[in-house]
Design a protein around this ligand. Structure first.
Ligand SMILES: *Cc1c(COP(=O)(O)O)cnc(C)c1O
Length: 408
């Protein structure tokens, strides 16, 4: 196996590419025609690997799936139109009414909202502090099927007990789903902690340029689906390490239709080529800024797993290549957060993360507004909390921008 970046950059050439194109072409087609109708029948009956219909398969998207699969060292990957589509479709395809799952309470806001909708449809969820595997263990019930966690939580940067929960899930036969968006497969591969399935929002670090939405679910091959009774009889065929993703592709992607478009897949695949280079720079910018802010007298708290006083600093050092490119902080009481944000000149006020540009947002007033003050407090989100997603700008320019905005 070659290095991380070599493997991604040469991924599209694994299969012969039309006319020697260095990039997998954008296949703008909905359907696929066959000379002999028997070939068409074979595709639909699973006897040939040909393409059936654009809602579930497309060569440009297959190439991206191969790329993501190599990045995550998985056995199979399915792509979706967004990260939320990946999470929603995964749970829709694998859980049924009366099932229960345990989730980290430190979650991406829309994922939190989605899980509450699942509860309303009869799939029950318990939210726990996933920085401790014991908290997860105490929430497990006889009907628990699955555990869902993120690696580093946004915006307060709590780091999940990824190893402990992996061991717990293995002992109890639970499906272990890890949302790797905040770390990306360059900083961390969840297969190393026994994850069964890995979710990535391709919109963030993997695509990296804030120009296309996408999501992916990767099967790691660590879970034996023969013991999982929600897999339909039709999909209990062939390699049992891939049954779940077959069901996700058929009952989820095909029947539900949250399909990624081929143009977006092309953008995401090009972006992915530079993941390692961008991450090195973005994490270095986060390190420099948090060191500066932590020592500044107009800043009261800084949350970044790279700082020695972060509660999960040791775990971060042990698991991740770098502590990530996202941090949050609270200003001293005499600094008005909106005024501070409006003084920033290089940094953009925006809701996204994982872009090449450094982005800032006051979270309680925006992305976590809808969940209300009580749930925000339980997630450790203060009204004055500001989240920063560092980009690839030159470090001196970012440092100068924060300095002028703080000292004004
Ligand atoms: C952004 C994000 C998602 C959702 O991804 P979209 O592509 O925006 O739908 C899911 N999980 C995490 C951790 C995210 O940051």
């Amino acid at each position: 196996m070659r290095g991380f970046t070599t493997s991604i950059v040469h991924s599209d050439r694994l299969d012969p590419v039309e006319h020697g194109s260095l990039h997998k072409p954008i296949h703008a087609t909905v359907a696929y025609g066959y000379e002999d109708v028997q070939d068409l029948a074979d595709v639909f009956q699973g006897r040939s690997g040909g393409y059936s219909y654009g809602r579930q398969v497309n060569p440009t998207i297959s190439a991206l799936e191969t790329k993501i699969n190599r990045m995550e060292a998985g056995v199979a990957t399915v792509c979706f139109g967004t990260g939320m589509a990946a999470i929603g479709t995964l749970l829709f395809a694998l859980l049924r009414q009366g099932d229960h799952f345990v989730s980290s309470s430190f979650l991406f806001g829309n994922t939190n909202s989605l899980f509450l909708s699942f509860a309303a449809h009869g799939v029950d969820v318990t939210f726990v502090d996933a920085t401790s595997a014991d908290a997860v263990a105490s929430a497990v019930k006889p009907n628990t099927k699955l555990v869902f966690v993120e690696t580093i939580a946004n915006p307060r940067t709590q780091v999940t007990d990824l190893v402990g929960i992996g061991a717990l899930c293995r002992n109890k036969g639970l499906v272990y789903v890890v949302d790797n968006t905040m770390t990306s497969p360059y900083l961390f591969q969840p297969v190393d902690v026994e994850a069964s399935l890995v979710v990535n929002s391709l919109t963030k670090y993997i695509g990296g340029h804030g120009n296309a939405l996408g999501g992916a679910v990767t099967e790691t091959g660590k879970f034996d689906w023969r013991s999982f009774d929600n897999i339909y009889e039709t999909y209990r065929k062939g390699d049992a390490a891939k049954w779940a993703l077959t069901q996700v592709r058929k009952k989820g992607l095909r029947d539900f239709g949250p399909t990624l478009g081929p143009e977006a897949a092309h953008h995401l695949g090009i972006g992915a080529e530079t993941l390692a280079l961008r991450m090195e720079r973005q994490c270095e910018n986060a390190r420099a800024l948090t060191t500066f802010l932590a020592a500044h007298d107009r800043v009261s708290r800084v949350y970044y797993p790279g700082l020695p006083d972060h509660p999960q600093h040791g775990r971060t050092e042990a698991l991740f290549r770098h502590p990530g490119a996202l941090f949050s902080f609270e200003l001293a009481a005499d600094v008005e957060p909106f005024d501070f944000l409006n003084r920033l000149e290089v940094v953009i006020k925006s809701s996204n993360l994982g872009d090449n540009r450094t982005l800032a947002i006051p979270v309680a007033h925006t992305i976590y507004y809808e969940m209300g003050p009580e749930r925000r407090a339980s997630m450790g989100i203060a009204d004055s909390l500001i989240r920063i997603s560092t980009g690839i700008e030159d470090e001196e320019d970012l440092m100068a921008d924060f300095a002028q905005a703080l000292n004004a």
